[in-house]
Design a protein around this ligand. Structure first.
Ligand code: GDD
Ligand code: MG
Length: 342
């Protein structure tokens, strides 16, 4: 069985970290987000198709040096084709029914149970569902008691939302779904394909689950996912290899080869590899990119510092993004991804 992981897109809401890396390679507890996702796939899935475009070479490099016991196919679109277009572009690798997973979700969904639900319902498509309070950034469904979805609206205004149940970003599809998608075109699965399947087949189902669900789409949710996973593992911090930590880490995660100087206090933050933090530094709710240097006496609160930046000693910053390097060529100035036609 195959799983397509939608790992293209620029991750614009996670800049400056996505200026330099593919969103799916952002570390979560020191391991790329995409590795967490692959580990949740049922044994039955022996082939993983990575639908990529931006920073394809980084993803390829990561999978060359890490073995997941499955065939990994890096399927690069010539240009971003949207969530539907990317699935169609992977058609040549699909044999029977298959999973499609958004790469930016960390959750407790059991895909094996979802597969059994799909088979029991004889569904053409099953999507995972999760309840949220503010639905307007998601795909929202109307669902019957038997689990059949009667309506799917992508990013509706709050007053137009049919329920509080959102598309949680994991699908199980029968191959016939591919016939609804035109090849080589920018197509949104959520806006263009799902509504047609509901209308034409009446066999579009929703699978609800318990536990946790976080869309790691923004820096704030990137920090929340760390807090949640640290609490689940009952750890107050995690640190990588070859670190020299003389200060205090609280609900934080630091990568490999990180130094934290004396009397420094790091709270609810994530530091990537090779970060050097001086002495008497206070940090709260920050994400610090790879190879960043932070001088003595710095105070940071709600700050994102991009890779290879440095923060001069004594600086105080709040609610800021630090990026003083050129923006990579071709990087969009506004959000793209599946928000086609807005
Ligand atoms: N290969 C490829 N090509 N992947 C893409 C492309 C593309 O052109 N565009 C987006 N993706 C990938 C993204 O990397 C992400 O993993 C996934 O497709 C969804 O795109 P996002 O841009 O993150 O969409 P979203 O977060 O606004 O909304 C989606 O996720 C929500 C749940 O988090 C939708 O599926 C919503 O319906 C859903 O509720
Ligand atoms: Mg997303």
């Amino acid at each position: 069985m195959e799983a397509i992981i939608l790992a293209g897109g620029f991750g614009t809401r996670l800049r400056p970290f996505t200026f330099t890396r593919a969103k799916s390679l952002l570390p979560i507890l020191n391991e790329p987000m995409i590795a967490h996702l692959i580990k949740t796939l049922p044994k039955k899935v022996d082939t993983v198709v990575l639908a990529v475009n931006y920073r394809r070479e980084q993803i390829e490099e990561y999978f060359c040096s890490h073995d997941f016991g499955r065939t990994i196919i890096v399927n690069e679109e010539p240009e971003p084709l949207g969530t539907g277009g990317a699935v169609k572009f992977a058609e040549k690798h699909i044999v029977g029914n298959f999973f499609v997973l958004n790469a930016d979700i960390i959750c407790s969904l059991n895909l094996g149970e979802m597969l059994r639900f799909h088979e029991r319902k004889k569904a053409v498509a099953t999507i995972s569902l999760w309840p949220v309070e503010n639905v307007s950034e998601f795909g929202v469904v109307d669902i019957r008691n038997d689990g059949a979805i009667t309506k799917f609206v992508e990013k509706p205004k709050a007053e137009d939302a049919p329920s509080d149940l959102i598309n949680a970003g994991a699908y199980l599809l029968e191959p016939q779904v591919l016939n609804y998608i035109e090849s080589g075109k920018l197509v949104s699965m959520e806006k263009e394909i799902f509504p047609q399947i509901i209308q034409n087949t009446g066999r579009f189902f929703g699978y609800k689950f318990q536990g946790h669900w976080i869309d790691v789409g923004r820096i704030s949710s990137y920090l929340s996912v760390h807090r949640l996973l640290l609490e689940k593992q009952k750890k107050t911090f995690i640190q990588g290899e070859q670190c020299n930590v003389y200060g205090k880490l609280q609900l934080s995660c630091v990568g490999n080869k990180v130094t934290v100087g004396k009397n420094s206090s790091i709270d609810s933050s994530v530091l990537f590899d090779e970060v050097v933090v001086g002495e008497n530094v206070t940090m709260d709710h920050c994400v610090i990119g790879q190879n960043v240097t932070i001088g003595d006496g710095v105070m940071l609160r709600n700050v994102a510092v991009g890779d290879n930046e440095s923060i001069r000693q004594g600086t105080s910053l709040e609610n800021a993004v630090v990026w003083n390097q050129p923006i990579p060529e071709g990087y969009p100035s506004k959000q793209i991804g599946n928000v086609i036609g807005e």
